[in-house]
Design a protein around this ligand. Structure first.
Ligand code: IPD
Ligand code: CA
Ligand code: CA
Length: 271
């Protein structure tokens, strides 16, 4: 098998994500895609599946034999927890935005080695932005270095979050929402977790919290960490799962507000 440096992996991943992004743009221009609900309430279009296939094919060409976890083709993360090398792919993050003609849509591709996320690319085709990072090399947007904000008090913290598709699972999040709306500057729900995390990485948002799936966050997680943001979980991660793959109760913030945000959300859970 060819050995790739992290930089070589990153360059190839950017190319693959941009090719996938072009496919998403073409699909919107042609407007011919069909939609359905999976798992009863999650929207999926045939473009999600086609883009996942394209990415999977390209990854197999360049990195043959490496395991892949992807939302539409291979969503069983339990099968891959111990894979020495693992690609984690969301072909379209922000499917509802895509279907509605909104622009907050991204291709998210992360790569992990021995349970540690090392390469991340989040490409937003309608915004013309590609966020990228490799372990130890910093984070970039369209090739320019990025860093988080210097927010240091909750009162000036702009917070991004999202909500699960299942309506019953939303109710218990209302206490967090109440706390954030009461104590922080304001809240944004932009509809693409990968971009929310990148927006913290580059200082447009000051904090982000949510429970998602691995493909929603692994790439953004590398980008945020490499940019100097604080990445963590609100609660202890089970020892059976790599921290960088565990998607529950994520908290990504500018370094100056991590502790205060964590305390605010934990206290909200206890009320
Ligand atoms: C969704 C988006 C959304 C988040 C949901 C995710 P999808 O991903 O990232 O912002 O709140 O939890 O499922 O379904 O558009 O790939
Ligand atoms: Ca997603
Ligand atoms: Ca998706």
């Amino acid at each position: 098998m060819t050995e790739h440096t992290l930089q070589a992996r990153l360059s190839l991943t950017i190319k693959i994500a941009e090719e996938a992004g072009q496919m998403i743009i073409n699909a919107r221009e042609q407007q011919g895609f069909s939609q359905r609900l999976k798992k009863d309430n999650e929207l999926v279009t045939d473009v999600d599946v086609a883009v996942d296939k394209l990415i999977s094919q390209r990854l197999e060409e360049h990195f043959p034999g490496e395991a892949r976890l992807s939302e539409e083709l291979a969503p069983e993360s339990a099968l891959h927890v111990e894979a020495p090398q693992l690609w984690v792919v969301d072909p379209i993050d922000g499917t509802v935005n895509f279907a509605q003609g909104l622009r907050h849509v991204a291709v998210s591709i992360g790569w992990m080695e021995d349970g540690v996320a090392k390469v991340g690319v989040v490409h937003a085709p309608f915004l013309g932005e590609t966020f990228s990072a490799a372990e130890g090399c910093g984070s970039f947007c369209n090739g320019h270095p990025i860093k988080p904000s210097d927010a240091d008090v909750l009162g000036s913290t702009l917070v991004g979050t999202g909500f699960p598709y299942r309506k019953e699972a939303r109710k218990r999040l209302l206490k967090r929402l109440d706390a954030v709306l009461t104590h922080c500057q304001d809240i944004r729900r932009n509809g693409a977790a990968a971009l929310d995390i990148c927006d913290v990485a580059c200082g447009r948002l000051d904090a982000y919290y949510e429970t998602v799936s691995p493909w929603d966050f692994v790439a953004g997680w590398v980008i945020a960490r490499e940019a100097g943001a604080s990445v963590g979980h609100l609660y202890q991660v089970p020892s059976s799962v790599p921290v960088d793959l565990y998607p529950d109760n994520l908290l990504v913030t500018a370094p100056g507000v991590h502790d205060a945000m964590r305390q605010l959300l934990l206290e909200a859970d206890q009320t």
